[in-house]
Ligand binder design. Structure first.
Ligand SMILES: Cc1ncc(COP(=O)(O)O)c(C=O)c1O
Length: 463
């Protein structure tokens, strides 16, 4: 017993030490020698080792190679910083090791997901009757939601896709933003609909869909089962599709409306940004992430649907040895997700929402948006630096001149260790892509990062 306490205390101490000092070190591992780390990990051992030695060895080898995504100056991709309560809840989740399939395998996990799903719908402004599944992330959420959509539109056409598959099924038309996230395409592949069948809807200068083009596409093709994929938060610019108008157009045509709001759906949590998602409640399904802007540790996402029956019909399965499905008590979480045996993801999300409360979530969203604007103002004021997007959310796109120069600056910033921003190509231009998504980022972190970027630029122009 003492050994176990010592082991967990040691792991907690290492974890806390890492998190407390993460702001001080290089944001990307400095002079990282992956070959040395690989050698230290070694070949498969021939026999056992004491648990304490195993954990010490793992931490010693891995810590120097970690990326400081939990620190305050990581602005790559859309990566949140992992709140303290959510992180600690995830530690408990691992220790409790519940199988969150249903209320028989884990009443606690089923109950907490049940309560937390209600909280999520509330804070995101989704209908209270919507179904939900705690999935692995945006990819999982888009896939689950599109499976529910596939079920629903084919059932409306008199076809049982779960029983009969797609051979001989009525064709499903799928219209989606030309700037959709690539996980929509992968979901289409996995669901047998084919990424190549997507009818791309033109986008405007902000990266939001042209609703007139959506109307034209839907009017021009054959009637029948149809799905429209909208976006709340363009992955480059943060732009929002006009959800209310697009949903009205799609519903006139009886199409299912799916909204990919991996990070942008969180705009609903703040009065300052809620207008961006006006009309959100009218859609048929929604995808959102916990591990991005809610700052829940990986992996955590949510799939919601206004059609609980379609959601469960697409996802659930039965077997003689499985009990606890549809027998009263908390809902069975496994009926709404892709996995069978699964991690109890509800605990960490409950802890994040409990730590922040409604006002704390709003504050997190507002702070990140304010800091994104601070980036834009300071960088945009520098000679030869252009912010190319309208900063409506937490995303900032920056050009330093031509594509080569921009790539050089990004490379130098990434090597500086001061902060980390990624690169993207958008509307024919190579750009630095800044995403402010962490609860830990302060004004001082933005100022320090801007100084690092401008220093990298000066170095690049003088070399
Ligand atoms: C708009 C959008 N959709 C989906 C995803 C995929 O999310 P995940 O990486 O959590 O699967 C992302 C990730 O950046 C995203 O920005």
């Amino acid at each position: 017993m003492d050994d176990l306490r010592d082991l967990l205390a040691y792991a907690a101490a290492r974890a806390a030490g890492y998190r407390q000092s993460v702001a001080e070190g290089s944001v990307f591992p400095d002079g990282v020698d992956l070959d040395a780390a690989r050698a230290a990990l070694g070949p498969l051992p021939s026999g056992p080792a004491p648990a304490a030695a195993v954990i010490r060895q793992l931490a010693d080898i891995v810590e120097p190679v970690l990326v400081a995504t939990t620190g305050p100056r990581y602005f790559g991709f859309v990566i949140g910083g992992a709140l303290d309560a959510a992180t600690a809840a995830d530690v408990l989740t691992a220790c409790w090791d519940q199988n969150a399939f249903n209320a028989v395998t884990s009443p606690a996990a089923a109950l907490v997901e049940d309560v937390t799903g209600g909280w999520l719908k509330d804070v995101l402004g989704l209908p209270s009757a919507a179904s939900f599944g705690f999935v692995t992330g945006g990819q999982g959420a888009n896939t689950v939601c599109l499976a529910a959509a596939r079920h629903h539109v084919l059932a409306e056409a008199g076809w049982d896709v779960e029983r009969d598959g797609l051979r001989g099924a009525p064709a499903i038309r799928v219209a989606a933003s030309a700037e959709r996230h690539a996980t929509i395409d992968r979901a289409m592949r996995l669901l047998g609909l084919g990424a190549g069948t997507i009818e791309p809807v033109a986008t405007d200068a902000r990266g939001a869909i042209d609703v007139a083009d959506l109307e034209r596409i839907l009017a021009s093709g054959p009637a029948g089962p149809a799905i429209v994929c909208l976006q709340a938060g363009n992955v480059n610019t943060g732009a929002f599709d006009d959800l209310a108008t697009a949903t009205a157009i799609a519903h006139q045509r009886a199409a299912w409306v799916h909204v990919d709001g991996a990070f942008g759906l969180w705009a609903a949590a703040s009065a300052a940004t809620r207008h961006l998602v006006a009309g959100i409640e009218g859609a048929d399904s929604w995808a959102a992430d916990g591990h991005k802007w809610l700052n829940v540790p990986y992996d955590s996402g949510y799939a919601f649907s206004a059609h609980p029956h379609a959601h469960a019909a697409a996802m659930s399965y039965a077997a003689a040895y499985l009990t606890g499905q549809g027998e009263g008590g908390p809902r069975a979480p496994g009926d709404y997700v892709l996995e069978s045996s699964r991690r109890a993801r509800g605990f960490a999300t409950w802890a994040a929402l409990r730590q922040l409360g409604r006002s704390g979530v709003a504050g997190l969203i507002e702070r990140c948006c304010t800091l994104a604007r601070r980036f834009a103002e300071q960088l945009g004021a520098a000679d030869g630096v252009t912010v190319v997007n309208d900063v409506v959310l937490n995303q900032v796109l920056v050009s330093f001149g031509d594509d080569q120069e921009t790539s050089r600056v990004i490379d130098a910033v990434q090597r500086s260790g001061e902060c980390w921003m990624g690169a993207t190509s958008w509307h024919g231009q190579r750009l630095m892509r800044i995403s402010v998504s962490s609860w830990r980022t302060t004004e001082a972190d933005v100022d320090r990062s801007v100084a690092a970027i401008l220093a990298a630029r000066s170095a690049s122009t003088t070399s």
